[in-house]
Design a protein around this ligand. Sequence first.
Ligand SMILES: [Zn+2]
Length: 271
Amino acid sequence: MNILVIFPHPDDAALNAGGTLARWASEGHKITAICCTSGNVGTLRRDQTAAEVGAARSAELHAAHTLLGIEETHILNFPDGGVLDFQTLRAALVRCVRQYKPDRVVTMDPWARYEVHSDHTTVGRAAGEAAAFACFPLLYSDQLDSGLCPHHAREVWYMGLLGDRPNMYVNIGDHLDRKIDAVLKFEVSLAILDGLFQAEATPSGEAAMATIKSRAHEWMGGLARRMGKPVGLPAAEAFLTQPCAPGHFDNMSKLYAQMLGEPETEPVVHL
Ligand SMILES: [Zn+2]
């Protein structure tokens, strides 16, 4: 399968779906990652410029994704920090869908409740729309003049905080350690695990790293176990998937069932 992962900041894919991406890579699926910003405001430190932060975050992203087995990772260099222009981003992501021809698009859920970071909601919204709209030849037709073809992605998987109950669980028991190692490539993760996300929190020394590593296993391992529990998996990542039709999600009967309070359908479990 061709899988396209679209997210706003360098650590988003590893944190929210790192185990699943590592599993898919090990199963031979081709994964392309599109990071919309370089994460160049992602620090509370005051001794670095945005360019320096962007360069450091980009290097961390490539190191983490190499570890996960992701073949290609590209950074679109949109500005970080909640100032994305939706229409420009949407056109760029439609171009990505036409270029990489994914069967499946994985992104953030723009309808997650209490999500205050608009980069997450804006990218999730634009990525879902790109999956559903890249098939229309008259939309952004200049892209077709440069040799691209319309493309229809079959499904969208939302990762991380979801606006609805998950309908898909992936067993990441064999890939949890790799996910944790990938997440630990990011200075922000280290700073969070070192206490709080604060200025000058960069840990140093072997003892500090050992503490951080055990906290990472506690935190991410615990979360993976909680996610697996409802479906009897030892460790899981949960997703909300939507089948994709031209211009919309093919979810009408499910939404009517929800509206009428009918019983939920059972989630799909990838053992
Ligand atoms: Zn993020």
